[in-house]
Write a protein that binds this ligand. Structure first.
Ligand SMILES: C[S@@+](CC[C@H](N)C(=O)[O-])C[C@H]1O[C@@H](n2cnc3c(N)ncnc32)[C@H](O)[C@@H]1O
Length: 406
């Protein structure tokens, strides 16, 4: 698989050296990476100033900005011949066991078996979706060792089909199967609810796996609440979850009639849920909020999970900026005893910056001094990010509540 020719040494930018030593696993493009030899799979990164070999890297020359990713900080791995296949197998085995031997598979058929950098498998995600696997490449070098990767994966789990998707390369679907299936449609269960899954019809397959663990953390709040407004609802995972936890009025808002149709299919897959408790609004979130505020409608729970760049059909704005208009409107329709979950889906904005922005918007609104920004909702369980790797900590949620619950 990997040739055992001597691994070439490459100098790294002083900042890369510093961050690698602190556990950050990426080498992004700079003047140093431009000098990396083109065809080598492994490289040993050298701290020029201290003349110290510091890391074994996997080279990713074709990736747009992450030109190499950390494989090992242990000099034993580059001083003698590296047994890469054994290490890969070991890491995959550990990652699989961490989930399969936990409570997770008893609660949901939708979870990560591998979560990239936090499993020391950089740029590789593997999702288990009922009896299928979806392997997602965020680093392009995985394609070069796909045969070996698949052989190990197939020796560890037995599934009906394995899908491979190259992610985030122009948002093209780029999905293929190992056993020749063209697409897959099946029903998957998450926390007792059924959801329709469609692989290879759209870029995403119908439910966001990274939100599962967060949904579970939200239960104590949802149980206290009778009504929910779910903005950017997609196929309605939060809406169904709210209804399952006893809500008697749930409104889902999405720009896409296709996804709201899919939400209806999901409702139909769960006969215990009363459909008359649910309404959809097919329009931009801002417009729906204006309408609901004008009608004087109040909700005890609001979930707002905008895409990182949100389109209202005519304009595109960043999710953080969209809160400037959305948050004051959401506060108008939030019951005094209610809870608002505000999410942001990008690693480019830190937790502090997101919190600061929410505070500023509240301070400039008619609700100044009336609210508390509280608990954080983070990626956890099967998709816990690696400590110190802020790019992996991309999903951020804050709970917002009135100080004086009326
Ligand atoms: C990241 S997904 C939301 C995921 C969802 N909260 C979940 O966990 O299943 C984003 C959704 O927002 C919708 N969307 C994008 N812009 C919108 C807008 N301005 N108003 C309402 N929905 C919008 C898209 O159609 C898509 O379904």
């Amino acid at each position: 698989m990997m040739s055992q020719k001597p691994i070439k040494r490459v100098n790294l930018h002083p900042a890369s050296c510093k961050y690698l030593k602190l556990g950050h696993p990426w080498i992004t493009e700079d003047t140093y990476t431009k000098r990396f030899p083109k065809d080598d799979f492994f490289l040993v990164g050298v701290d020029e100033k201290n003349r110290q070999e510091i890391a074994l890297l996997i080279h990713d020359p074709d990736h747009k900005n992450v030109k190499a990713r950390l494989w090992s900080l242990n000099p034993e791995d580059w001083k003698k011949d590296i047994n890469f296949r054994t290490q890969l197998e070991e890491r995959l085995k550990n990652a699989f066991a961490r989930r399969l031997d936990s409570v997770i598979p008893t609660e949901r058929e939708n979870f990560y078996l591998v979560n990239g950098e936090s499993d020391f498998l950089p740029g590789l995600l593997i999702l288990k979706l009922k009896n299928q696997l979806l392997i997602q490449y965020y680093a392009l070098f995985w394609k070069k060792i796909e045969k070996e990767l698949l052989a190990i994966v197939q020796s560890l789990v037995s599934v009906e089909e394995i899908w491979i998707q190259e992610r985030n390369f122009n948002q093209a679907k780029a999905i293929r199967s190992v056993n020749g299936s063209k697409n897959a449609e099946f029903i998957l269960n998450e926390y007792g609810l059924n959801y329709q899954i469609r692989i290879n019809e759209h870029y995403d397959f119908g439910i966001y796996t990274d939100m599962c663990a967060i949904r579970k953390q939200m239960v104590p709040y949802l149980q206290k609440s009778q009504s929910m407004l779910n903005l950017y609802s997609y196929t309605g995972a939060f809406s169904l979850f709210g209804l399952k936890h006893g809500m008697t009025k749930v409104v889902s808002v999405d720009l896409s009639s296709k996804y709201l149709g899919w939400l209806d299919e999901n409702l139909a897959l769960n006969p215990e849920i009363k459909k008359e408790n649910h309404t959809s609004m097919c329009m931009p979130s801002e417009k729906a909020l204006e309408k609901l505020a004008a009608e004087g409608t109040l909700f005890e729970t609001i979930v707002c999970d905008p895409p990182s760049a949100s389109s209202d059909g005519s304009s595109t704005s960043s999710a953080l900026k969209s809160y400037e208009k959305l948050l004051p409107l959401m506060l108008k329709v939030l019951a005094k005893n209610g809870t608002l979950f505000a999410f942001l889906n990008t690693h480019q904005i830190s937790w502090n910056k997101f919190e600061e922005k929410l505070k500023q918007i509240i301070a400039a609104s008619e609700f100044n001094n009336q609210l508390i920004i509280g608990k954080r909702f983070k990626l956890s369980d099967d998709c816990l990010p690696l400590k110190g790797f802020h790019e992996g900590d991309y999903l951020k949620g804050f709970l917002i509540e009135f100080k004086h619950k009326g």
